[in-house]
Structure formats: structure tokens, C-alpha cells
Write a protein that binds this ligand. Structure first.
Ligand code: FRU
Length: 483
């Protein structure tokens, strides 16, 4: 097959390529799809254009892992080669995976255009070994959107509940780029081939955009969670969650709480699955689309022959107040080296450079008792090259975290603020950098902020300071990360 030639990784030629965030060797990637633990290893599929660094001609790329941190590439799983998915402006769109009777089944949206009209249908492929896939001869298994609904009809998420298989599919009443309402449709099946339409599980009702991309639905400890990436959602909530009560029998979802999976600009199309121990794990595309009002850039990685990365897998849990917590999988800690742990680390008005061996790929963990820090704020500067720096400010007085991207690099602009909440007057914060992204997690993932940043080449520093004369961080741990 025709593959894009990747730029060889001579020193510095791939300086933006993340160390532990998943990327394709070459070409374009977007949504993670078909996530599943099957035959004793984790399978990650992803929206993939092997022909270039722009979106188009969607394939399903494929990789496997034992620990959700080290990934091994496998051959492309699905190519757009059938009448219902063969289209350079379409292809094999996003979807999900399930296991039944020892076989792996993929569900995806076949997208084609005829006379300028979009046709989206739900299709299926199966595999015995989890490596080679055969599209079903009965495709498409769902040939049309429900009567009276818009043509956008995609991203099937299939799951088992009780004695049935269920599928949620994202939809719209109109043309999402122009207006209308988002819909999540519910289907039910007993054999995976025949699907009965059960109704509309969720309507955006003027609140959640014009199309629900990549809907997901699952239960954690008796509470139900919907996640989705709504199009044309007016606030910055590009990856929303709803916690509530689902009644699949009556196709009803009662919303108890809504929130955002990540407040940064680069977190979209999250999909979840259960790990080998039954925990809910979520991975997202760590980028955004050009149609988003806040979109600024895909950055310069196409010069290195690749574009797009996936997020660190996160463990999902529901707090007592029905908010969602999403925290990086603990296997990430395998990657730590040159760890420095400090008790009562002193900070003052001078910038103190942190002792991090590889400032391009690092983790900083902090625990602060708000009554003991002797300061009402402190600031961390990441990737300070002299001319650029990403500035993260923790303000306890106003209980606000600010990530200032105004001067991060030659590409990004603006800043993000998030509320800081205290647990017994304590705050936990974690900052993770991986070559071209910086993530911040508060209190093990009550607040998450993910942004891609493309720092200029040359040495850079990570520092910390406070506007108050003499303060201390109760527990500070810094380290570098490598595979
Ligand atoms: C979300 C999305 C999906 C679609 C896929 C196409 O990012 O737009 O709705 O299936 O990407 O690549």
C-alpha cells in the first residue's frame, strides 16, 4: 500500500514527537476507536490517514499493549475499500469493539458521498485473532438514520447490559455546521446483526450543540455516565460528561450533573473501555478540529511526517457529588527516572529552576496544605526558553488555576482558568510534559487541563516561584519520563 514517507529520526528531526503519548509513525490520526482488552492484551484502534498529514480517507490504525503505556504497531485493521465506506472524503469512521464467543467485533460508521449527499451507515467487522478483520457480508447492519432525522449518523458505541446488546449512535436534526439539535439514538440487539431502534436517549435541547460526536454510555458503581463531543457547543466544553440515571428499557436518561472531561483545548472524542480488572479507562484524541471557534493550530509536526496524538489513558471514577474524576493510569509511573522527592521545599520571589534531567519529558507532583504554605499563590514556568514560557499560576485566594498560553510558543494564544477546590485544606497538583503537550491534573483528576504546545528548540527550564517572601510546598516530587 502507498504509505507516507516518514522523516527519519535523526537527532532533533523529531523533537516534537511525544515519548509516551501514542502517535502514528507517519500520517494523520484523530479519534481513538474500538478500545478493548481482548485475548490478554489491550487493543487500540484509531482514525488514520496513512497517505498524508491531513484528515481524509479514514482507515482504522491498530496497536496493542500490555500495560497501556508501551504500544506495538499492528497492520491497519480496516481500510475504506467497500461500496459503503470507499470515499476519500469519508471512509471507515469512528466506532467501538466488543467480544462475543471469543471473537472480536468492530462497529464503525461507513461514510460515503453520492452527488454531494452524505450517507452514513453502521457497519461491522469481525476477527478471530484480533489482527486480521473481515467486514460482515450483511453490512451495513444499520442502513439509515431513524426517520425524520438528519443525515449525520455516526460513531456507534456497542455494549452489553443485562441480556441485550445496546448501541448508542450520535446524530443531528439538521446540518451540524449550520445549526439544529444533537441527538443520541439507542438501538438494541440480541445477535449483533439485527438492530431494533429504541428511540432518542438524549436531545441537546439547545444546551449541548448541534451534533453529538462519539457518544459513550456506561455504568460505574450504579451511576450512569454519558460522554460525548458536541459540535458547535458554544462554551468551551468540547468533551462533555453527564452523570445520571439511565433506563434503557424505556430509553430515558435523567441528568443529575454535567461537566467537562478536560478544560484544555486539546482533548476530544474520548472513548472508554474496561481494563483487565474491570476499571473504566478513557482515551481521547489530543487535538481539536479547525471548525472549533477556539482552534488556532495543528502546530508544525507535519514537518516531521506525523500529525495527531492520543491522550494518556485515564481511570474514570464518579465522585460522591456526581462529578467525574479522570486520572492518568498508574502504569505511567514505570516511566519515571531520576526522581527527586522534597519535603517542605522552599520557594520565594526568585525563580528556582527545578532539578529535572529531561525538561522536555517530565512529571511534577505537589501536595500543598493551604494553611501552611505561607503564601497565597505560586507560579510554575514550563519550557522557559528565554523568549517563550508557559505560565501556570495557582491562586489560593481566588481559588483559581490559570494556564497562560499567550507566550507559550509561536503558535498558541490565550489562557484557561479553572476553579481550585480544597480537600481538608489540601491540594494535590500534577503537571506532565511530553515534548509538545502540557497536562495539569488537580486532586487526582477532578480538574484536567490538556494543551499542545510547540516550544522553540534549544535549552529550556522549568521553574517555580511565589510573590511572597518565604513559602514552602509540603511535598514535591519531580522526575523525567522515558520508555
Ligand atoms: C470526531 C469525528 C467523528 C467521526 C470521525 C471521522 O472527531 O468527527 O464523529 O466519526 O471524527 O474521522
Amino acid at each position: 500500500m502507498r504509505m507516507l514517507k516518514s522523516v527519519k529520526s535523526a537527532e532533533n528531526k523529531e523533537r516534537f514527537r511525544p515519548v509516551f503519548h501514542f502517535t502514528a509513525k507517519s500520517g494523520w490520526i484523530n479519534d481513538p476507536v474500538g478500545l478493548i482488552f481482548f485475548q490478554n492484551r489491550y487493543h487500540l484502534f484509531y482514525q488514520f490517514n496513512p497517505y498524508g498529514c491531513d484528515w481524509g480517507s479514514m482507515h482504522w490504525g491498530h496497536a496493542v499493549s500490555d500495560d497501556l503505556v508501551h504500544w506495538k504497531d499492528l497492520p491497519i485493521a480496516l481500510s475504506p475499500d467497500s461500496v459503503y465506506d470507499h470515499d476519500k472524503d469519508g471512509g471507515c469512521f469512528s466506532g467501538s469493539a466488543i467480544e462475543k464467543d471469543g471473537k472480536l467485533y468492530l462497529f464503525y460508521t461507513g461514510t460515503v458521498f453520492r452527488d454531494g449527499i452524505k450517507y452514513q451507515t453502521q457497519c461491522m467487522a469481525e476477527s478471530e485473532d484480533g489482527v486480521t478483520f473481515k467486514k460482515s457480508p450483511v453490512n451495513p447492519v444499520i442502513a439509515n438514520p431513524p426517520d425524520g432525522c438528519g443525515r449525520d449518523f455516526r460513531d456507534p458505541k456497542v455494549f452489553r447490559h443485562g441480556n441485550h446488546w445496546y448501541m448508542v449512535v450520535g446524530g443531528a436534526t439538521g446540518i451540524p455546521e449550520q445549526g439544529g439539535e444533537g441527538r443520541i439514538y439507542l438501538y438494541q440487539s440480541d445477535d449483533l446483526f439485527n438492530w431494533e431502534y429504541r428511540g432518542i436517549l438524549l436531545k441537546s435541547s439547545g444546551r449541548w450543540g448541534t451534533m453529538f460526536e462519539c457518544p459513550d454510555l456506561y455504568e460505574i458503581d450504579g451511576k450512569w455516565v454519558i460522554t460525548s463531543s458536541p459540535m458547535l457547543h458554544e462554551d468551551y466544553n468540547k468533551c462533555m460528561y453527564l452523570v445520571g440515571v439511565a433506563d434503557l428499557e424505556n430509553c430515558d436518561f435523567e441528568v443529575l450533573r454535567e461537566g467537562s472531561l478536560d478544560l484544555g483545548y486539546d482533548y476530544y472524542a474520548a472513548q472508554s473501555f474496561t481494563d483487565r480488572t474491570g476499571r473504566r479507562i478513557m482515551i481521547a484524541w489530543q487535538n481539536g478540529w479547525k471548525w472549533m471557534p477556539w482552534f488556532q493550530t495543528f502546530g508544525p509536526t507535519q514537518d516531521e511526517g506525523w500529525r495527531g496524538q492520543l491522550s494518556i489513558p485515564r481511570i474514570v471514577s464518579v465522585n460522591d457529588d456526581n462529578s467525574l474524576k479522570t486520572s492518568p493510569v498508574e502504569t505511567l509511573s514505570i516511566l519515571r527516572y531520576n526522581v527527586r522527592d522534597y519535603k517542605d521545599y522552599k520557594i520565594n520571589i526568585e525563580k528556582q529552576v527545578l532539578d529535572i534531567t529531561d525538561p522536555n519529558c517530565f512529571m511534577i507532583e505537589m501536595e500543598i496544605n493551604v494553611d501552611q504554605i505561607n503564601s497565597k499563590a505560586f507560579t510554575v514556568g514550563v519550557w522557559d526558553t528565554g523568549s517563550y514560557c508557559t505560565v501556570i499560576n495557582f491562586d489560593f485566594l481566588n481559588r483559581a488555576l490559570t494556564v497562560n498560553l499567550e507566550n507559550s510558543d509561536a503558535y498558541s494564544k490565550s489562557y484557561i482558568t479553572a476553579p481550585i477546590s480544597f480537600h481538608d485544606r489540601k491540594i494535590k497538583a500534577r503537571i506532565i510534559g511530553d515534548r509538545c503537550s502540557v497536562e495539569i491534573y488537580l486532586n487526582d483528576g477532578d480538574v484536567c487541563i490538556t494543551n499542545n504546545i510547540y516550544p522553540e528548540s534549544g535549552p529550556s527550564k522549568i521553574w517555580i516561584k511565589t510573590p511572597y517572601s518565604d513559602a514552602k510546598i509540603n511535598n514535591l516530587s519531580v522526575c523525567s519520563l522515558r520508555l
